[in-house]
Structures are given as structure tokens and as C-alpha cells.
Design a protein around this ligand. Structure first.
Ligand SMILES: Cc1cc2nc3c(=O)[nH]c(=O)nc-3n(C[C@H](O)[C@H](O)[C@H](O)COP(=O)(O)OP(=O)(O)OC[C@H]3O[C@@H](n4cnc5c(N)ncnc54)[C@H](O)[C@@H]3O)c2cc1C
Length: 291
């Protein structure tokens, strides 16, 4: 009688070891805007959906051997079991090298890291979601979450802004989100000839909202820091509590585990206490120049 073949060792869940870099393969690349593409990354041989689980707002460290490592947010559907999705803009060495890769190529990945959007705390009330430029990437994961749990949220406004119409990310999905009763508003800094929408900064649209119950409303924002500061201030003027305002911050990150201190902001390490942080916890530090 032949003995059964030995069971292969189970793959270690990614979150169990923050230093473990796993090899992932590019399964798809979608061009989103000039210099911006979305990559779907899969683990070879791992078909366990749990391997891909994350909380909307979390990020992975993408590693290009011989080049470096960068923090990149999850931009996809958290219920998807066929890989993580990242939307990346060419900024420097890592992102430029990534942009040169194609479907089937491999890279390294550590994660997921950080505190994502507080999806439980956001439930049960109205929600204003504000996204600026590439800030739409981690916001999209939150929108998927809201769509999957739509009856747990009240009125949901999505206010997205970008420099130009072509820089507005994921526009192909806006109609689907509207079908899920998400009140989508778009604005651009500079219009093109065919643009018939709003022109101006996102805060103009926030200021115009008529909130039925400001105390029963939460605001979340991701985008350039100056935009988030003004968006949070607009929310406060509308009557939204600072304890119900959440911002996703970005700083230079190296270890992603709160050890190296590169991303420290006051008492918070953005990599492990954030990137999503409550406005009242970070407000004093946001207005200190170069912190
Ligand atoms: C939590 C988090 C989530 C992110 N999510 C995304 C995402 O979804 N998509 C995306 O495209 N990007 C995202 N980023 C930004 C991304 O990590 C950076 O743009 C990263 O620097 C790109 O790596 P790179 O090697 O290509 O560029 P780098 O070589 O790091 O250079 C990028 C630019 O940043 C400047 N820079 C680099 N380090 C510093 C520093 N210490 N101080 C000041 N300026 C500096 C450089 O001069 C250059 O202009 C995220 C960052 C964080 C912290």
C-alpha cells in the first residue's frame, strides 16, 4: 500500500508576519488616467479567499526588488477573493518601475497594514465621503463596503474632485454607485470643452449640502492634506462633530509597523495608528508646518 502524499504546509497568513514579503503576480492592469493604473495582484497557488482579506482603508507595501518599497492603498472590493487591487500613480522609483511591468510579471508584497476606515462606527448615520485626486483609491474600497451593506448606512454623499475630468478616477463606476443610492457629485479644477459638471474645489460642494441631521452625520476624506483640512473645517461648519470626522493621512513610510518613526505625527504613527485617523486626535498637529 502506498502512503498518502504529505500535506503541503499551509501558507502563512500575510498579516501573521509583517516582515514576510510574498511574491505576487500581476493578474490585470487597467489604465485609469495619465500616469495612473490599477493593478490586480494575486498569490500564486493560494486560492483561499481569506488570504486576500483586508479592511477598506488599509495599505500594502509593494516591493520592487533592487528598487525599493512603497506604501500603496487597497483600492478594490474587500469581498473579492481573487486578489488585491491597487491604483498607483507614477511618482518616483518604485512606482515608475511598477508602471513598466505587465500582466504576468511578479513583485513583492507585505501587508495588509494600518487602521482602515472605521466601518462599524460609520454605520447607522448619514455619511459624507470626500475624495480628492488619487485619494479616490482607498475611498473606492469604502464605497464597495457601503454598497455591500447599503441598508446599514443613511444618506451617503460622495464628493469627488480632481484637477481635470480625465483625472477623475473610476468614473465608469459612478452610475453603478448611483444605482445603490449613493449621491455622487463631481468637480474639477480645470474643465475641458466637453465638461458640463461643476468647476471648483470639493469644499464648495460640501458647503452647499443641506444636511438634515448634522449631528447624525459623519465625514470621511482622503486626498491632498490641504484639501482634507478644508473639507474637515467645512464639515465642522455644517455641524458635524470633530469626533465624527475621519481623515486618511500620507507620510513617507519605511517599516509600516510603527518602529522606524518616519511617519510619526505627534503621538501617532500613521502606519499603525492610521492611515485613517480621527480628526480631533490629529487636528493640533495638522496645522504645524512641516510636521
Ligand atoms: C498609507 C499610504 C497609502 C498610499 N497609497 C497610495 C496609492 O494608493 N497610490 C499611489 O500611487 N500612492 C500611494 N501612496 C503614496 C506612495 O507611497 C508614494 O508616492 C511613494 O513615495 C511612491 O514611491 P516611489 O518610490 O515611486 O516614489 P519616491 O521615490 O518615494 O518619490 C515620490 C515623491 O515623493 C517625494 N518624497 C519621497 N520621500 C519623501 C520624503 N521623505 N519627504 C518628502 N518627499 C518625499 C519624492 O521627492 C517624490 O517627489 C500612499 C502612501 C501612504 C503613506
Amino acid at each position: 500500500m502506498t502512503s498518502a502524499p504529505p500535506t503541503p504546509p499551509a501558507l502563512q497568513p500575510l498579516h501573521a508576519n509583517p516582515w514576510l514579503t510574498r511574491t505576487v503576480r500581476i493578474a490585470d492592469v487597467i489604465d485609469e488616467a495619465p500616469g495612473v493604473a490599477t493593478y490586480r495582484l494575486t498569490l500564486d497557488g493560494d486560492t483561499d479567499p481569506a488570504a486576500y482579506s483586508f479592511i477598506p482603508g488599509q495599505f500594502n507595501m509593494l516591493y520592487l526588488p533592487g528598487v525599493g518599497e512603497s506604501a500603496i492603498s487597497m483600492s478594490g472590493d474587500p469581498t473579492r477573493s481573487d486578489g488585491w487591487t491597487h491604483t498607483v500613480r507614477v511618482a518616483g522609483n518604485v512606482t515608475k518601475t511598477l508602471a513598466g511591468l505587465k500582466r504576468g510579471d511578479t513583485l513583492g508584497l507585505r501587508g495588509p497594514f494600518g487602521a482602515g476606515w472605521p466601518v462599524e462606527e460609520l454605520a447607522g448615520v448619514n455619511l459624507i465621503i470626500v475624495a480628492g485626486g488619487l485619494g479616490m483609491a482607498p475611498i473606492r474600497s469604502l464605497i464597495y463596503h457601503v454598497v455591500h451593506h447599503r441598508n446599514r448606512y443613511g444618506h451617503v454623499w460622495l464628493i469627488c474632485g480632481a484637477r481635470t475630468p480625465e483625472a477623475l478616477l473610476y468614473r465608469r463606476e459612478y452610475d453603478l454607485w448611483r444605482q445603490h443610492d449613493i449621491d455622487v457629485h463631481e468637480t474639477v479644477d480645470r474643465a475641458t470643452a466637453d465638461w458640463t459638471g461643476q468647476i471648483g474645489v470639493v469644499t464648495t460642494l460640501i458647503d452647499r449640502l443641506r444636511l438634515p441631521h448634522p449631528k447624525q452625520t459623519q465625514l470621511v476624506a482622503c486626498g491632498p492634506e490641504v484639501m482634507m483640512k478644508y473639507a474637515a473645517a467645512s464639515g465642522v461648519r455644517l455641524g458635524i462633530a470633530v469626533e465624527r470626522t475621519w481623515l486618511s493621512l500620507e507620510r513617507n513610510m519605511q517599516c509600516a509597523t510603527g518602529l522606524c518613526g518616519h511617519c510619526q505625527l505627534g503621538p501617532e504613527f500613521i502606519c499603525k495608528d492610521g492611515p485613517v485617523l480621527r480628526y480631533d486626535h490629529i487636528r493640533p498637529y495638522l496645522f504645524v508646518e512641516q510636521l
